[in-house]
Write a protein that binds this ligand. Structure first.
Ligand code: PLP
Length: 404
């Protein structure tokens, strides 16, 4: 299958309805692909019922659709099986689930290793666990370009370490984490590894088996699927070792007045009615993504990111955040403009039909490392094209003229 950005764009109904929009805020939310939209619509029109509890045909069809979505997610992640896929409300919900379920087994003196590049979703839940259980947090430092500095790993991942929780790729710099040494260090001390995959899933299939990690969290809406659904993938034996987080319907084995036993994973972690149609949409989006020509698409987004970075490099007063080598990063490009607040720049850009994000990007510890309060971020996916990059660069020149 050959790739054309214009053709790809045609698979995204919102973009087709807004041909003049230069949507470059994909790291916040990818646009919904028609495969997901069609799957949600057809599910809601033909199979809408609650799952797990019904014995009539419609409910059995809803069950089948929901469990099929689990298989589709497992295939995208190269998981051992669908039973390793827990549906959640998103990355944030998945990490909070783990911080509670895994955190239950931790005590004062145990350590969780994070990095300073984390999104607040993989930062704050662990700080809250520190308050609850007295565990210590260790923060992997960053190199000047925002990549994790893994040169002193043995100092950070000690015998006290029970979990290493890091991002697969930064939502600010796009820097891709070199997971292999982290996994090796964690294995050497018997610690588990959680990867925040929120940014990575948008850029092609993930192979959790090859990564060798224990848990992987992501959100549907960043993978061109509906909002309100996400995934905590966990290796079977790692999930089986965890107690539930939320209690309620669907997660039980047997309830008596005296006690409750738990269902096996993944149901153990899915109390209450799950986001059924959203999961169906997510499964359809991932199936569609799996069939795309990713090598061509990566070449396309890398070309665009390079053109953007070259265009930014000649703008006066612009400071680029992150590694410059596109082999070490996703096409997420963040920068500051001397004397111009990111929000003001974004507002001017909006006037040019360019949607980008400005601010701290829920990564204040990373901003502190760079010594800035915020940045402008443009994040590219395969439906973006030269016109989007051109409009952004023209808009920035205008912002500099007006605000600089
Ligand atoms: N982790 C990273 C790296 C992110 O970029 C984001 C969202 O931007 C999240 C976690 C949180 O995702 P959600 O808000 O969908 O839970």
């Amino acid at each position: 299958m050959s790739f054309s950005a214009a053709q790809w764009r045609g698979h995204f109904p919102l973009l087709a309805a807004h041909p003049k929009l230069h949507y470059l805020d994909n790291a916040a939310t990818g646009q919904l692909c028609e495969a997901a939209l069609d799957a949600v619509t057809s599910h809601e029109l033909q199979h809408r019922a609650n799952v797990l509890r019904g014995t009539y045909r419609l409910a059995e069809q809803a069950d089948a659709a929901y469990e099929n979505a689990r298989r589709q997610v497992a295939a995208y992640l190269n998981a051992a099986g669908p039973e390793e896929v827990v549906f959640t409300a998103g990355t944030t919900a998945a990490i909070n689930l783990l911080a509670h379920a895994f955190g239950e087994g931790l005590d004062a003196g145990d350590e969780v290793v994070l990095s300073l590049a984390e999104h607040h979703s993989n930062f704050v839940p662990w700080q809250m666990l520190r308050e609850r259980r007295g565990v210590a947090l260790r923060f992997l430092p960053l190199a000047a370009d925002g990549r994790l500095d893994l040169s002193r790993l043995d100092e950070f991942v000690s015998q006290r370490c029970k979990l290493v929780a890091v991002t697969h790729a930064s939502n600010v710099t796009g820097a891709v984490t070199d997971l292999a040494p982290l996994v090796a260090a964690a294995r050497a001390v018997g610690a588990r590894v959680l990867v925040d995959g929120a940014q990575a899933v948008q850029h092609g299939q993930v192979d959790v088996a090859a990564l060798g990690v224990d848990f992987y969290a992501f959100s549907g809406h960043k993978a061109f699927a509906p909002t309100g659904v996400g995934v905590l993938w966990g290796r079977s034996e790692a999930l089986a070792a965890l107690p539930p987080f939320l209690g309620g319907g669907g997660m039980i084995g047997r309830v008596t007045a005296g006690e409750t036993t738990w269902a096996p994973p993944p149901r153990r972690f899915e109390a209450g009615t799950p986001p059924i149609a959203q999961a169906v949409g997510l499964g359809a989006a991932l199936d569609w993504l799996r069939a795309q020509p990713w090598a061509d698409m990566h070449a396309h987004t890398a070309r665009l990111a390079q053109r953007l970075m070259d265009g930014l490099a000649v703008l006066p007063g612009l400071t680029f955040l992150g590694p410059r080598d596109l082999r070490q990063r996703l096409p997420i490009v963040s920068f500051t403009l001397a004397g111009i607040h990111p929000h003001d720049a974004c507002q001017i850009l909006d006037g040019h039909g360019v949607a980008v994000r400005g601010g701290h990007h829920c990564a204040q510890p990373l901003m502190d490392c760079f010594g800035v309060a915020g940045a402008v971020r443009a994040s590219l996916v395969p439906y973006n094209d030269e016109a989007d990059v051109g409009a952004l660069l023209a808009g920035l020149k205008d912002a500099m003229r007006k605000l600089g």
